[in-house]
Each structure stands twice: as C-alpha cells, then as structure tokens.
Design a protein around this ligand. Sequence first.
Ligand code: SF4
Length: 430
Amino acid sequence: MRLHVVALGCQMSVADGGELAQPLIARGMRPVAEPKDADVIIINTCTVRQHAEDKALSLIGRLKTWKDENPARILIVAGCAAERLGGRLSKRFPHVDLVVGAKVIDDYPRLVEEALAARFDLIVQRRGNFAAPGVPFGWTSPVCAQVTVMRGCNFSCSYCIVPAVRGRESYRAPEAVLAEVRAKTEAGAREIMLLGQTVNSWRRRDAAGRKRRFADLLRDVAAVPGVLRVRFESPHPHFVDDALISAMAEVPQVCGHLHLPLQSGSDRLLGLMRRNGSTASFFEKARRLRSALPEIELSTDIIIGFPSETDDDFQRTLEAVERLRPAWAYTFKYSPREGTEAAGRPDDVPPEVKEERLARLNALCDGLNEKAMRSRVGRVVKILDETGGYGRARDGFRVKWGTPAAPGREFRVRVTGASKRTLLGECHER
Ligand code: SF4
C-alpha cells in the first residue's frame, strides 16, 4: 500500500499532514512521492486565503481521474478548508472517501480506522502484500523536526478564518511534547521547531501539577540531549513577555530569530482588524527583544488593502516597516474570507490601488532584505547542515556552501556572497 500526502498552506498544515499519515504508516503504508503511484492520497487543505482554498479544490477535482482509474483507491481530505466546507465538499466531490475537519484532528486516528478499516482490509486481501509496519515517512528533513505544541486560536482578528476552522486553543501536555522531542532527536533531529497557531500562548500544568508556560517549555525542550537548536512558529506579539525574552537570551539552543506579525502600521486599522495590540505595544516588544538579544533578526507579516485603508494608513505601514527593519516579510493583499467579521465590510480599496501599494511595500521589504543579506558578506556564521551543503544560520537566513557537508552538524561558514534569499558561503571551520 502506497501513500501520498499533500499539505497545502502553512507549517502547521505540513506538520498536520505528517500526523495524518502516521496511522496509515503504522498500518504498513509506504510513502511515495508521486500521486499516480499512490493507493491512498491525503490532502491537508488550507483556507486562510481564498487562493489556498481554490488550489485545494482544484487538486481534489483533478484527482477524480486518479480515482476513476481504480475506484479502490482512497482519497482523504482534511484540514481547515475541510472544516469550513464540511458536507459541501463531499457533495461537490463524491469521489472523496473521507472528509476530516481541522477541529477533529485529535480524533482522526479513530475516524480513519472506523471509516476505512473494512475498505483497507479488502484492498489488502486483493493485493495480498502488506508492507511491514513502522516504515518511516520521508517528507520531513531528518535534521529539522516539527513538534506541534498547541492548536487553535483564542483571538478573533476580524480578517481571519482560523478561529472558526480550528476552534479555541488546546495545549499538549509537556510530557507528550518532550517525549516527541526525545523520539525525534533519537531518530537524528538536531533542530526542533515548536509549532502552534499562537505557539507562545502555550500553558499547561505538568503531571506534578506545576504551572508551565511557553518559556518553561522552551527551556525543557532545549535541555533534551541532542537538541542543538530550537525555533518556534507562529508567535503572537501579545505573549512576547519578559519570561520568553529571558529564555531566548539565556538558552543557547534557542535561535536568534523571531517572527512578529505587525499586519499594519496604522492603529486605526489594527483596531478594525481586532489585533489586540497597538503599534506602540508592538514596538516596545521589539525594543525589549533587541536590547536583550542584540543579534536577533525579526520578520513580520503585513496586510495591505484592508477595508477603508487610506493613503495615510498605508504611509504609516511603510514607516512602521522601515522602523522595524524586518529581515524578511510576508506581504498579503487583503481579500475577504466568508465567515469572518471583516467580510461584512465593503472591500473598498480598488484592486489597482492594492496592487500599487503591494508593489511599493514589496520594494521596501526586498530592499531591507537585500541590505541585511549584503551586511553578512565577509562574516562567519554558524550553520546547521540540513541536507548536505544547505542549511540555515541561527538568525534564520538560508545558507548554501560548497562541500564538504555533514547533515546534522553545526559548523562555521564564511559568507562570500548572496543570491536572492540565500547566502552563499564556504566552509570556515568544522
Ligand atoms: S491571532 Fe489573529 S491572525 Fe493569528 S490565527 Fe488567531 S485570529 Fe488568526
């Protein structure tokens, strides 16, 4: 039995794709790179932007031919778009065998067993060859492992569909997180990426009843033998507090990069977006981070063209980006998502104005990124070799260097140049 997983959207979706695969891998399925070679396809969908949802729907539509070629094949659609569209998905695409919404992912192993056991057994009988269980799945880097620590979001940003499709926050027990980190490190992982929609809101009591917060979890994960680096995505500025800043400054394994979504430089728009923070509170956190960690690099998210955005609002965003100096930025043109509060407002910034603002913002962000990259030429940076000759510096910049390579090891590379988004270097010391 051969399994193919497609994860669309963010890193959480990719991590969830891996989790969705696990019960099937435990049943002995072997991951394959090409959909045409698969007996089972799992699509983990994303709905944060209309474009991501359209991409998922188009892929599901195209897979009808794959299914028609052999009706015993199994198509599972999971994730945020599955949650949002629910029954509409099964109605529009009757060739889908199982729809699993993002809110019930914890229940997925049971659902998939119940819904498909009979069908799997039938196929297995027909084929008569069931691979040995425990085949590792091969679509994550063995050196960098992702570990989900929380799901859902308790905020209600007016443009965002996530709280509706993923539900309220739930936090994994610290013991479960640490057990997964240990298992992944024993399997060769050296960098652990902790994942969650608002990852640093994580809090939970441990088995001994002690209150643990995200800063404690960071310290505990870093202390697991074999862990060279710890990163986390996506932090929310609201939970960037002194405890977290101290942990980042004191624990050498925690990497010096933080993604801090600003969204807009206009306080009026931040209010309409219900961002739960002002530009003043945002910049105060950025200041505290930079004073405790002088080498830290920040990246950010910006939305342009939110309903009622004026030239003045946009100008404030440009000024805020210049002030923040992000190493890189993810920039988005606002588009309404059905089911969100903002979708009730007129989408009144004309498309050509959105285009023009996005182009100006991107030019600014590209310039800042280029400057940050150029400033590294001539420096020696510590990299973790992820795939043999390719990895990242501790501040998140991607680096490519010549041989020799040693996946899983950290060593120093002298930066000799920069191509678009990637630093080029040569081995300095091993
Ligand atoms: S914090 Fe806001 S943007 Fe982020 S997932 Fe929650 S609601 Fe969406």
